[in-house]
Design a protein around this ligand. Structure first.
Ligand code: 26M
Length: 819
């Protein structure tokens, strides 16, 4: 660890110690003699939280007094992880707190591990939202995050005989000391019913929605403290509550069971996070979640605006709403409803306000992941919003025709209604049309967005699509996760790195400095020793900290090509067995990641990795030169242990399919060399760390499109590669599954005949590239030089840079003056 606070706060150790004891007594209700470790954890969190609250109220107040533009970040996912380390680190209190707890006989590091991860997200999209919240607070942007307070976050993954099993996650079981329940902040959310048309004396028609059912949204607030504690924003998560817990009239009428059932149905909305399989199942409950949180958030934002400005017409001047993917896209129709039906604004003006306020981030091009909802479902659940969608679409198509476009193909392509697969509302189109800006999340992804999903809409509105390459918060992913490296970087490049990520460049001149390299290598080794212990505990695999740690950590999906990595592992295993006395570069392949519960193929890939691990780890001829470990239950906290200990980062998606990636950034920042395709942000990482310091292989996105054009039968490709043929034969014939020799026959058949993700086509290039990696590893000086230049070159990938770009070019807001 760094051994001292980065921005030491005025608090003394004695002050903190007394504060903890007060909280232990008066909030936890225990004395020192009876306090459990968890009681101490609670007291420490409360004492820490107390040091945030004043700044929180000051920030909230400053936003009313100075009136900066407000940002609302709407996201169905916030993948936060633990908060104690973040809070202490950003307040500059880590070392003071460590000393205070030590005096009380408790260990801060142990207490930190008692906090359950807030796993309110699936992967990249949710983690990005969490990084953005931290950066918005750091940049003093007056922002609120809005989402759902799920009772149960992403499922816990257990590997049983190598098969993934899902168990419910229960992060709130012991309460949540970070949150403030705000029972008074409560909105009614309607569902179903009918729309009444009212004609006023002047002949104008107004519409009033009469929902059949109401659910209440209750606010829970979590303060988000920025770097050096300068600014504190709010993450407001909504919990669903039945309006009238036991409708007494129903109860008296004798339908007790019905009344309780209604309550359950209402409260089901915030029960559980949907685990993404990147194929929206069209589940009614999911749509209820989307509308519930969008409506509550918009009502809350409008209430705040009215309180501050007494009218709604100026909304777009003072408010920017960012939609994190299409999940909150119903906001476009809901904001129109609130402006027109509730606040009496004329349609044209309401539309200007809506478009001026909303913008939308796209996170995927995968066609099966693009949300669409059946028209009949929307008509039944949200009848007024569906009418509004029809009207928006009619006016949109009119304007398209008026500008001279008559081509039926174009009209069908830009319509919000997809007439092909039953009538469905395309949520991406709704979000696009209702926004002033639409952004992709890496340069390549934004370019492909314009060429594919939004080709026609992008031509009609050429200035709408922009790029905002993702970033990561260095506070969590460098300073907190890797304090040893942080200390070394600050000692070498100066304390400036704490506030200016581009200052990391200053370590580049030391990339070949023997003393610096020695210290850099020592930090990495220490982190690897710690990870080796975790691997031993959780996988029962003993790994030598001096071997190459080769890691692929991310959701398991075919396009991410964990299979390519496994095939290469088997090919290397074959090669080692063929010539066991060659001096191979010893390495451990480390995998971690969850598969969506219903994604059978992905779960089979996990089983294969584990089967391969079992055979290789127990084969004495390999003599430890190759090991495989699959760490169960990948989450934010586990990532914080793996990333600082990684030597090689696997970013090997089929080119054109990974929108950006953010794990790639975290690993490179911590000195891992990337082996990857020219996909997502890898392209930009290459530009920043230098071509010599990254291993790029395989087809480009264009070549992928061309290759698919020639069909995806791989028999000829396999025939040309003896190594690949041997691997596929071994896996397909049950060498790794003697208990069930046919287990992988179907999987090998898909790779052979319908290899949509082009695993076979890229195999030889990947294998050869891995041999270059091994060669570089043997040249220790060359390896460390490249590793150091990765860390030195990654400053641009700070989410502070990303958020500053959103603020300048999309939100048109500026950082708030210091309060
Ligand atoms: C859909 C329906 C039902 C339930 C869940 C979903 C769903 C949830 C999340 C579908 C997709 C989801 O996430 C997509 C995602 O995480 N995209 C990733 O976004 C990152 C941040 O921009 C990028 O870095 C990744 O490349 C991209 O895959």
């Amino acid at each position: 660890d760094t051994g001292r606070d980065i921005a030491p706060a005025a608090d003394s150790v004695a002050n903190l110690r007394e504060a903890i004891l007060r909280r232990l007594t008066y909030s936890v209700g225990k004395n020192q003699a009876s306090a459990s470790e968890y009681d101490w954890y609670l007291a420490v969190v409360y004492a820490t939280r107390d040091r945030i609250v004043e700044g929180w109220m000051a920030s909230t107040n400053a936003a009313y007094v100075h009136g900066p533009k407000r940002v609302y970040y709407l996201s169905l996912e916030f993948l936060i992880g633990r908060l104690l380390g973040d809070a202490l680190n950003n307040l500059g209190l880590t070392e003071t707190m460590r000393a205070a707890t030590r005096e009380l006989g408790v260990d801060l590091e142990r207490l930190r591990t008692l906090e359950p991860d807030a796993a309110l997200g699936n992967g990249g999209l949710g983690r990005l939202a969490a990084c953005f919240m931290e950066s918005m607070a750091t940049l003093s942007i007056a922002a609120h995050g809005y989402g759902i307070r799920y009772d149960h976050g992403l499922f816990r993954q257990v590997l049983k005989d190598g098969w993934q099993q899902e168990y419910p996650e229960d992060w709130l079981a012991l309460g949540n000391p970070w949150e403030f329940k705000r029972p008074e902040v409560c909105y009614r959310i309607g569902f179903g019913g009918a729309v009444e048309a009212l004609t006023s004396p002047d002949g104008a028609t107004r519409y009033a929605w009469k929902p059949a059912e109401y659910v209440e949204a209750i606010a829970y607030d979590t303060p988000v403290v920025g770097w050096r504690g300068a600014h504190v924003n709010t993450l407001r998560l909504w919990s669903a509550r039945a309006c009238d817990p036991l409708q007494l009239d129903v109860f008296n009428a004798g339908d007790y069971v019905g009344a309780v059932a209604d309550k359950m149905r209402a409260e089901a909305i915030s029960k559980v996070l949907y685990p993404s399989d990147e194929t929206p199942a069209g589940q009614e409950l999911r749509l209820r979640q989307e509308y519930f949180f969008a409506s509550a958030s918009l009502q809350d934002a409008l209430r705040r605006h009215l309180k501050q400005y007494q009218e709604v017409r100026s909304l777009a001047e003072h408010v920017a709403i960012q939609l994190n993917d299409t999940h909150p896209a119903i906001s476009v129709a809901e904001l129109m409803r609130l402006l027109v039906d509730v606040h009496g604004i004329a349609w044209e003006e309401a539309w200007k306000i809506t478009q001026g306020t909303i913008s939308y981030t796209n996170h995927t091009l995968l066609p099966e992941a693009l949300e669409s909802w059946p028209v009949p479902l929307l008509e039944r659940m949200l009848p007024r919003q569906m009418q509004i969608i029809y009207l928006i679409n009619a006016l949109h198509l009119d304007s398209v025709r008026k500008s001279g476009h008559t081509d039926a193909r174009l009209i069908a392509a830009v319509s919000m209604i997809d007439e092909h697969a039953g009538r469905r509302v395309r949520m991406g189109h709704l979000a696009f049309i209702g926004s002033h800006k639409v952004n992709g999340v890496s340069a390549l992804h934004s370019k492909l967005l314009k060429q594919t999903v939004f080709r026609d809409l992008g031509t009609l509105y050429p200035d709408r699509i922009v790029n905002k390459t993702n970033g990561i918060t260095f506070r969590r992913w460098l300073f907190e996760a890797n304090p040893g490296l942080t200390r070394l970087l600050a000692d070498t490049a100066g304390e400036g790195i704490y506030d200016d990520p581009m200052a990391l460049r200053k370590i580049a001149p030391y990339a070949s400095d023997a003393a610096f390299v020695g210290e850099f290598a020592a930090v990495k080794r220490q982190n690897k020793v710690a990870l080796a212990k975790i691997i031993l505990d959780r996988c029962h695999v003993k790994v030598d900290p001096d071997v190459l740690f080769d890691v692929q950590i991310k959701r398991v999906h075919e396009y991410k090509r964990q299979l390519l990595n496994i095939l290469e592992t088997v090919a290397l295993y074959d090669a080692i067995r063929a010539q066991p006395y060659l001096d191979w570069v010893p390495r451990v392949k480390i995998f971690a990641g969850k598969a969506a519960a219903s994604y059978h193929h992905a779960k089979l890939i996990i089983k294969l990795a584990n089967d391969v691990a079992n055979v290789i780890n127990n084969d004495p001829t390999v003599r430890g030169m190759l090991k495989v470990a699959y760490l169960p239950n990948y989450n934010v906290s586990l990532a914080e242990s793996i990333i600082p200990a990684s030597d090689l980062s696997e970013q090997i998606s089929t080119a054109g399919m990974e929108a950006s990636g953010t794990g790639n950034m975290k690993l490179a920042l911590n000195g891992a060399l990337t082996i990857g395709t020219l996909d997502g942000a890898n392209v930009e990482i290459k530009q920043h760390v230098g071509d010599e310091n990254i291993f790029i292989f395989g087809m480009t996105a264009e070549q992928v499109a061309q290759r698919r054009g020639r069909g995806i039968d791989m028999r000829e490709t396999i025939a040309r590669s003896p190594a690949l043929r041997e691997v596929l034969d071994a896996i397909g014939s049950g060498v790794f599954s003697p208990d069930d020799p046919g287990r992988y026959a179907g999987l090998v058949d898909i790779l052979t005949h319908h290899d949509h993700f082009l695993v076979c086509e890229d195999f030889d290039a990947y294998y050869a590239c891995q041999r270059e990696v091994a060669a570089k590893w043997l040249d220790r000086a060359a390896w460390w030089k490249a590793s150091i230049l990765n860390t030195a070159g990654m400053g641009w990938f700070s989410s502070d840079r990303t958020i500053a770009e959103y603020a300048d070019e999309i939100w048109k807001t500026q950082a708030q003056k210091k309060e």
